[in-house]
Design a protein around this ligand. Structure first.
Ligand code: ZN
Ligand code: ZN
Length: 636
């Protein structure tokens, strides 16, 4: 008698060996339809895996993230099957995992370069294979016979994988005449797969190493039904339209140049202005909140990076140079100069908290494969601050940073999620330090009623932290603010303050950023707003457009008046049709078009028209200046 315990605690009895699929069917037809795999005594198994002993069983359905992952992973095999059917021996299969919003499969192929033109053909073959509803069968074989099999098939990568696995038996999955090495689990048959789409193709090194062969990675996605697939593809299309690299080019904000180097942003006039506006905002907001602005050098002596521990732990991401026999490191972080400022004189408890703020430009050597527009770069500027305080002040300081984050995210219209990461297994600092700091982070979140996830053991070895992920208009998550407690740097730099008791004490230290990297934040902002920046952030706030040449002089004088009053304005006096000039201004996403015709000229007014087509009442240029100032003061 086999006893199967279900998640609700109930027990089902079977007189002989059974399978998860049969158990699901015995519970209900609905469950059997949704079932994709199962967990038996904490191992994931196929629905067809025989159960010969008693144990706990949980059916995995398509409704769970894990179920969807199995669904997508099985679709990756379906894609590999279709590619092998079409391209035969020209192609070798490698690996095909599920990823966040779909899956990919890496192929080795010398004499064909996959392109989106191939997708339709591959999708068509996948549809045929799905329609044939081929059973997907698991097989356990010895390592040697698996190596023999894949060697015969000419699948060298599979042979290498099996050799490296070091297991005496491996599992294969067969569907029709296609066989693949895999741990599973998989869907029971290809007919379960209803909706998929190939999305893109990219190069990828075998096992991620530049020393290995270049493979071709086909990205795709799959959903349980066509409707869900369509809604995902629409979202993808919207994301493509909002791609900051594309909008950045269209609005002439920034560029990258191979001549200058990968991952290094070149800011064009409008982009540099946008960035300056954001930086001015940051300086203002930090000064209001009691931060001191400081500035450190770009390169600091290598010896100092040894003191800080960066040389030992972070060297491969740093750039070094030699000047007059002296080693220097280009800073990847801004902390060190701030430590030196603190140490430049004796500090008393009365001086604390000290909050050093720097718009600090740093360089980090990211792998070329991960570089992505403004979102992943090698040189960037952080809105970085280091707070040094007494242990008693820690709660308050963390709370103030979180309030800062809340206010700033409100201004940009971002919702956000909070995660707290606690002490990892390997860590430095006393139990007391960790408890106090973790409690301070928790208390601040509680006081501000911020719901949060806890990542147990996920903190840095030198202290717990809070990460803030903002949600953009397309519901994507972006890491921005962090608050990181640090027990090492005050030790390594021997930072002290004289307490009320006249003794020397160690200050507590926080590293924190609010927007994070300005480059990345601008990338996210561009996509969030789809390039339609609010008035206060727009590099060009208004364009003066004359109807005919007759008003050219008046349009010029309006432009001069506005510019002198601080409005970021340009004029379009070309001898073109009004409609054409308005459309061009809309393409440039300029918030206000100030149309001046004979009537406006006679009345000494302008007629502001918002980029969406909404008109304001005609007003004098001076009133428009006041209007812009008021809107900007409200961060609108
Ligand atoms: Zn698999
Ligand atoms: Zn720091």
């Amino acid at each position: 008698m086999i006893q199967i315990e279900l998640p609700d605690g109930s027990i089902k009895e079977f007189s002989e060996a059974t399978t998860p699929g049969d158990v699901a069917a015995s519970i209900g037809a609905g469950l059997a339809r949704q079932a994709v795999a199962a967990r038996f005594n904490d191992h994931t198994v196929d629905l067809s895996t025989p159960i010969t002993e008693s144990g706990r069983l949980e059916i995995i359905t398509l409704k769970s993230p894990e179920g969807l992952e199995i669904y997508r992973h099985t679709t990756a095999h379906l894609m590999a099957h279709a590619v092998k059917d079409i391209y035969g021996d020209k192609v070798q299969v490698t690996i095909g995992p599920a990823i966040e919003s779909g899956f990919y499969y890496d192929f080795y192929c010398e004499d064909h370069t996959f392109s989106p033109d191939d997708f339709e053909k591959i999708e068509k073959r996948m549809q045929e294979l799905a329609k044939a509803n081929l059973p997907v069968r698991r097989e356990e074989v010895t390592r040697d016979s698996a190596i023999e099999l894949f060697r015969q098939l000419g699948e060298d990568y599979k042979v290498e994988l099996i050799e490296d696995l070091g297991e005496s038996t491996v599992s294969l999955y067969r569907q029709g005449d296609f066989v693949d090495l895999c741990r599973g689990p998989h869907l029971p048959s290809t007919g379960f797969i209803k909706a998929f789409k190939l999305t893109s193709v990219a190069g990828a090194y075998w096992r991620g190493s530049e020393k290995n062969a270049m493979l071709q990675r086909i990205y795709a996605t799959a959903f349980p039904d066509k409707k869900a697939l369509r809604s995902y593809l629409n979202k993808l299309e919207e994301a493509r339209k909002r791609d900051h690299r594309r909008i950045g080019r269209e609005l002439d904000l920034f560029s990258f140049s191979e001549e200058a180097g990968a991952g290094l942003v070149i800011w064009h006039p409008k982009g540099a202005l946008l960035r300056t506006l954001l930086e001015d905002f940051e300086r203002r907001e930090h000064l209001r909140r009691g931060y001191d602005i400081v500035m450190g050098p770009q390169i600091l002596r290598t010896d100092l990076w040894k003191t800080s521990g960066h040389f030992d732990n972070y060297r491969e991401n740093m750039y070094f140079t030699d000047v007059d026999g002296q080693g220097y490191g280009l800073k990847p972080m801004n902390c060190l100069a701030h430590m030196l400022i603190y140490k430049s004189r004796q500090r008393s408890y009365r001086d604390l908290p000290i909050r050093y703020f720097e718009l600090g430009t740093v360089h980090r050597h990211e792998k070329s494969g991960v570089l992505h527009g403004l979102l992943r770069v090698r040189g960037f500027t952080q809105d970085d601050a280091h707070i040094l305080c007494t242990p008693e002040q820690l709660d308050m300081e963390i709370k103030r940073v979180l309030e800062f984050v809340r206010d700033v995210m409100g201004i940009f219209g971002f919702e956000y999620e909070v995660e707290i990461s606690t002490r990892p297994e390997k860590s430095i600092g006393s139990d007391e330090d960790w408890e106090r700091a973790t409690r301070a982070l928790m208390n601040a979140l509680k006081d501000l009623e911020l719901p949060h996830d806890i990542n147990e053991g996920d903190g840095a070895f030198y202290g717990p932290k809070i990460d803030i992920k903002l949600k953009d208009a397309l519901d994507r998550r972006w890491q921005c603010a962090t608050i990181q407690c640090d027990f090492t740097l005050p030790e390594r730099f021997d930072l002290t303050y004289v307490g009320k008791d006249g003794e020397k004490h160690r200050p507590v230290m926080l590293h924190r950023v609010i927007l994070g990297a300005i480059e990345r934040f601008i990338g996210v902002l561009i996509e969030h707003y789809a390039g339609n920046f609010p008035l206060w952030l727009s590099p060009v706030q208004a364009v003066v457009i004359n109807v005919t040449d007759h008003q050219a002089e008046y349009a010029k004088s309006v432009t001069d008046t506005l510019r002198a009053a601080g409005v970021r304005v340009q004029s379009d006096l070309r001898n073109e049709k009004l409609g054409f000039k308005i459309r061009e201004a809309q393409v440039e996403k300029i918030p206000y078009m100030l149309v001046v015709g004979d009537k406006e000229m006679a009345d000494a007014t302008v007629a502001p028209r918002f980029r969406t087509g909404k008109n304001l009442e005609p007003m004098s240029p001076e009133d428009f200046v006041r209007y812009v100032q008021e809107e900007c003061d409200q961060y609108r």
